[in-house]
Design a protein around this ligand. Structure first.
Ligand SMILES: Cc1cc2nc3c(=O)[nH]c(=O)nc-3n(C[C@H](O)[C@H](O)[C@H](O)COP(=O)(O)OP(=O)(O)OC[C@H]3O[C@@H](n4cnc5c(N)ncnc54)[C@H](O)[C@@H]3O)c2cc1C
Length: 475
C-alpha cells in the first residue's frame, strides 16, 4: 500500500514515512512486542481526522492514535505497517466554563498544561492528576478508565467525562451526553448515553476528537499526611475506616520497595530490612478553613489510634516534616510529577499488572500477589489506592526490568500472567489489558458479554481499522 497518499490529507511536514523516524514508534517501556508503523501523521483538526478515517476505511489500513505512549500496556503500539496518529498537536482547550465547572479539551492536552491553565484562570478549580508523567494526556487517562488523586472521591476517571466528540468509521462526527442536544455540555444525562462506547475500549471503536472534562472545587488548605505501617492487615483495616469518614481527597498505600525506589534505590531487592515499614500510607486532606482541617486531622488520628495499637501503625507525619528529613521527597509533594525511577530506570523497562477490585479482599489479594512477586525474584512493589469512597480499590503490582535481558523479560511475562490469575481469584480485574493477557481475560469473561463486545466492535468498526489488536475483539 502506498502510504504516501496520506500527503493528500496532511501537509508533507506532518507525515513521517522515513524508516529511521518510524522506528521510534515501534514500542513502549513495557515488555510488549514491537511493531513498526508504515507512517505517522499529526492531525490538527477534526476535518483532518475525518479525511484520515475515510482513507483508512477505503484502504483497510489500521490506525493507532496516541499522545505520550505511556499507557504501560503496549496499547499505543501500532499494527505492523499501519498508521500512528500522533495527537500531540491537537492540544487546545476549546472551551472553559468557570460557572458550570467544565473544560472542553482535545486529546493532546497534557496534565501539566491543564494544571497551568487552571492555576492562571481558575485557581479555585482542579482536576485529578495521575502519577503518570506531566506530558501525558488528560483525556486519554479518562478514556482508559484510569485513576488519579481524585479517584477516592469520584472513582475511575471516566466519571470525569461529561460528553465526547468522536469520529466514527464512516467519518461521521457524533457528540455524546447533553452535548449532543443542547448548547451547554453539563453532563451525560438524561438521554441514552453513548459515551460508554469510547471508554475502556482502548481506541477500538472510533477516534475521540475532544471531550468535556468535569472540574472540581479546589479548597485552599491542603495537607498530606504519612503513616508508617508494620502490617498489611492493620493498614487496610485503617484504610477501610478512613475512607468512610469522607475526609480525604486521596488515600494511597505504597509498599516498602516502592518507597525505596522513590528514595533513589534502583533495584530494591526482595528482602525487607529489620524494622523497615512494610508500607506507608498517604492521606491528602483539603479544607476551606483551618478549623475544618483540624477537625479532619483529629478524626484521622482517632482511626489511626484505634486500628494501629501496639505500634502497628505510626504517624501521622506531615509532608513538610518529611521533606525536611528527606529532601529527595520534595518532588512527590505535588502532582503531576515525573516518577523517573520507573520511566527512566537503568534497564529501561517498566510494567505492571494494574487491577481494580473490592475492598473486602484487598489485604489477602495484596499479600498473595506480593508473595508471588518475591517467589519470582522481584521486589514486591505495590501501589494501592482506595476508589470512590471505598466502593473499590486499585492494586498495581509493578516491575522495573532490563529490556535488553531476554531472561528477565521472560520472567516478567510469566510473573504477570500468574498475577492476573491470582488477582482475579480475589475479584481483582486487570485494567488496560495488554495483548499478552487477553486469552486469559476472554476465558474468564461471560461468553455472552464477550460476544456482545465483538458485535459492538463489528458495528462500529466494520473494516477493522481502529487499533484492531487491542482487546482482541476481531475475528
Ligand atoms: C510512571 C507512570 C505512572 C502512571 N500512573 C498512572 C496513574 O496513576 N493512573 C493512571 O490511570 N495511569 C497511570 N499511568 C498510565 C498512563 O500514563 C496514563 O493512563 C496516561 O493518561 C496515558 O496517557 P498517554 O498520553 O501516554 O496515552 P497513550 O499511551 O498515548 O494512549 C493511550 C490509549 O489511548 C488510545 N487513544 C489515543 N488517542 C485516542 C483518541 N484520540 N481516541 C481514542 N483513543 C485514543 C490509544 O490507542 C491507547 O490505547 C502511568 C504511567 C506511567 C509511565
Amino acid at each position: 500500500m502506498d502510504l504516501a497518499g496520506l500527503t493528500s490529507i496532511f501537509p508533507r511536514d506532518r507525515v513521517e514515512l522515513e524508516p529511521e523516524q518510524l522506528a521510534r514508534f515501534r514500542d513502549d517501556i513495557t515488555d510488549a512486542d514491537p511493531r513498526v508503523p508504515g507512517a505517522v501523521v499529526r492531525p490538527e483538526s477534526v476535518e483532518e481526522i475525518q479525511g484520515l478515517v475515510r482513507w483508512a476505511s477505503e484502504h483497510s489500513i489500521p490506525i493507532t492514535p496516541r499522545v505520550a505512549n505511556q499507557n504501560v500496556g503496549g496499547l499505543a503500539i501500532p499494527e505492523e505497517g499501519g498508521v500512528v496518529v500522533d495527537f500531540t498537536r491537537m492540544n487546545r482547550i476549546l472551551e472553559f466554563s468557570r460557572d458550570d465547572m467544565y473544560a472542553v479539551i482535545e486529546p493532546g492536552v497534557t496534565q501539566e498544561q491543564l494544571k497551568g491553565y487552571l492555576e492562571a484562570h481558575a485557581p479555585e478549580l482542579r482536576i485529578g492528576y495521575s502519577l503518570a508523567p506531566p506530558d501525558t494526556s488528560v483525556l486519554l487517562n479518562c478514556l482508559m478508565d484510569g485513576l488519579t488523586n481524585y479517584s477516592l472521591r469520584i472513582g475511575s476517571m471516566s466519571e470525569a467525562i461529561l460528553g465526547l466528540e468522536a469520529v466514527l468509521h464512516d467519518a461521521r462526527v457524533i457528540r455524546t451526553g447533553a452535548w449532543g442536544v443542547g448548547p451547554v455540555p453539563y453532563g451525560r444525562p438524561p438521554l441514552p448515553d453513548l459515551t460508554g462506547l469510547f471508554i475502556a475500549w482502548l481506541g477500538t471503536t472510533g477516534i475521540v476528537s475532544s471531550g468535556v472534562l468535569a472540574l472540581w472545587p479546589k479548597h485552599p488548605l491542603r495537607e498530606r499526611l504519612f503513616i508508617l505501617a508494620q502490617q498489611l492487615d492493620a493498614t487496610f483495616a485503617m484504610v477501610k475506616r478512613l475512607v468512610r469518614l469522607e475526609i480525604c481527597d486521596d488515600l494511597g498505600v505504597l509498599t516498602w520497595p516502592t518507597g525505596r525506589m522513590m528514595m533513589g534505590v534502583e533495584r530494591p531487592g526482595i528482602e525487607r530490612a529489620d524494622g523497615e515499614p512494610v508500607c506507608f500510607v498517604y492521606l491528602d486532606i483539603s479544607a476551606e478553613t483551618r478549623a475544618e482541617m483540624d477537625g479532619k486531622i483529629v478524626a484521622a488520628r482517632r482511626v489511626l489510634a484505634e486500628t494501629g495499637a501496639g505500634g502497628l501503625l505510626t504517624g501521622p507525619l506531615f509532608v513538610a516534616d518529611l521533606v525536611t528529613a528527606l529532601p529527595e521527597m520534595v518532588k512527590y509533594s505535588d502532582f503531576p510529577t515525573d516518577l523517573d525511577f520507573l520511566t527512566k530506570s537503568r534497564g529501561g523497562g517498566m510494567t505492571w499488572v494494574g487491577t481494580y477490585g473490592p475492598m473486602s479482599t484487598i489485604a489477602a489479594c495484596c499479600q498473595a500477589c506480593m508473595g508471588r512477586m518475591v517467589e519470582h525474584g522481584f521486589p514486591p512493589a505495590v501501589v494501592c489506592r482506595a476508589m470512590k469512597t471505598g466502593h473499590f480499590a486499585v492494586l498495581r503490582f509493578l516491575e522495573v526490568f532490563d529490556r535488553s535481558n531476554p531472561d528477565e523479560v521472560a520472567r516478567v511475562r510469566k510473573l504477570n500472567l500468574e498475577l492476573f490469575d491470582l488477582a482475579i481469584a480475589y475479584g481483582y480485574v486487570q485494567y488496560k489489558p495488554p495483548l499478552s493477557v487477553l486469552p486469559k481475560l476472554h476465558a474468564k469473561m461471560d461468553p455472552a458479554t464477550l460476544q456482545t463486545m465483538r458485535e459492538i466492535k463489528k458495528l462500529l468498526d466494520p473494516r477493522g481499522i481502529f487499533c484492531p489488536s487491542n482487546l482482541g475483539l476481531m475475528g
